[in-house]
Design a protein around this ligand. Structure first.
Ligand SMILES: [Cu+2]
Length: 125
């Protein structure tokens, strides 16, 4: 049956396309800006199989606090590292941990789990 062969081919190509997209595609994550109040800015970051939000936008020159709460059981995510800011903070499970960020310099900065497997991004502008 030629039709069956074509169908199998189409399904096969769709699966390959999905795999390529999954591993190599640019998954644009939404940027979320911190809330600014009384000359401080803060944002909650949920740690659960990664970081949510993954990209945080901070205003330059306004003192910033990131509130990390880890819901993920895995030890992979039990530390968060901001290498540009000299931060290597333990994240006890279900506990809000405040991380203060120096926003005096504009730019893009990565943060990561203790093993550098999961990543997030700070944009200071
Ligand atoms: Cu890790």
């Amino acid at each position: 049956m030629i039709l069956t062969k074509i169908l199998v081919l189409i399904v096969g190509l769709a699966v390959i396309g999905f795999i390529v997209w999954w591993f190599f595609g640019k998954h644009e994550s939404a940027e979320v800006a911190a809330d600014v109040k009384d000359n401080t800015q803060s944002i909650d970051v949920l740690v659960n199989g990664g970081y949510s939000p993954e990209t945080v936008v901070l205003k330059k020159g306004v003192p910033a606090v990131l509130n990390f709460t880890r819901k993920d059981q895995s030890s992979c995510l039990d530390r968060v590292v901001f290498s540009d800011f000299g931060v290597n903070q333990a994240l006890p499970i279900n506990q809000k941990e405040e991380i203060k960020i120096d926003t005096s310099k504009a730019g893009e900065f990565q943060w990561a789990c203790g093993m550098d497997m999961f990543h997030g991004k700070l944009i200071i502008k």
